[in-house]
Design a protein around this ligand. Structure first.
Ligand code: F6R
Length: 262
């Protein structure tokens, strides 16, 4: 695991976008796994800067991690609409090659199986962008999700729905179900780019990195993946940095910016 800590969330997002741009330059027709959530907004903002400077998504294929059950793509809080607004409409990407689970599918489990097969048909994910939920979730795999799950329909935790209420129009409730890539689907990606920012992620982040690998903290499974690059800010990394447990035993490479001179 390469753990890169930056002073600010903006710097962490910019570094993540640069890494994505680098991979896209090297392999323009790569399969990118994309994520949503507040953390990703700055990542996409910086990626768009690379696109304006000549980077192209024309040949890339994308698969998003998840989508709410019961939200049409026209709903502003659906992840399809969110991706359109934050990234797709600013790029030259071929929309036919952008994929999200269909939240309106009559049978969400069947849709999940179709989505998993579509990822496999595309040859799997080359680079998966990931965030972190306050309760340790990755994608919408909530605590307790077995590590061998593929794309599936889930019931969201109350805390996840509360955290995401900010993306919904006032008075509208967050759906209680979603379709999400499973933990096995995520682990099958060649490389994982994990962006973690904000002090509210500190507990989950330190548990995921330094705790035991345990389904109660789904993100802890990332310790098992051979190619994870982390871009985190100091606010999220606080206890990770102070614990002194990031050592060679865990195969971590830690890069921390020098403390600015006062
Ligand atoms: C969204 C997703 C979620 C978010 C997580 C953090 O596609 O998969 O796991 O990454 O809920 O969200 P923010 O960044 O809003 O704190």
């Amino acid at each position: 695991m390469q753990v890169n800590i930056y002073e600010t969330a903006i710097e962490a997002a910019a570094a993540a976008a640069s890494l994505m741009a680098k991979r896209l330059c090297r392999s323009p027709s790569m399969v990118l796994g994309l994520a949503t959530g507040g953390t990703m907004e700055a990542v996409y903002e910086h990626l768009i800067r690379h696109l304006k400077a000549g980077l192209s998504l024309r040949c890339a294929t994308t698969f998003n991690l998840d989508e709410y059950v019961g939200l049409a793509s026209t709903h502003p809080a659906s992840y399809r609409a969110t991706m359109q607004r934050l990234l797709f409409e600013h790029t030259d990407i071929n929309l036919d090659r952008t994929h999200l689970p269909d939240g309106m599918a009559l049978n969400p489990e069947q849709e999940a199986a179709r989505y998993e097969a579509a990822i496999a048909d595309a040859g799997g994910i080359d680079l998966q962008l990931l965030g972190l939920g306050r309760n340790g979730h990755i994608a919408f795999n909530e605590p307790g999700t077995p590590f061998d799950t593929q794309t599936h329909a889930v019931t969201l935790d109350r805390s996840t729905r509360a955290a995401n209420a900010r993306f919904f129009p006032a008075g509208e409730s967050v759906p209680d179900r979603a379709i999400t890539m499973g933990i096995a689907t995520i682990l099958a990606a060649q490389e994982i780019l994990w962006v973690v920012t904000g002090s509210e992620k500190q507990t989950a982040f330190s548990q995921a990195l330094l705790g035991k690998v345990d389904p109660q903290c789904p993100a802890s499974v990332l310790q098992m993946h051979p190619h994870v690059i982390i871009c985190a800010d100091r606010a999220a990394a606080g206890s990770v940095l102070s614990s002194g447990s990031v050592d060679r035993k865990r195969n971590f490479k830690l890069r921390v910016p020098k403390t600015p001179k006062s």
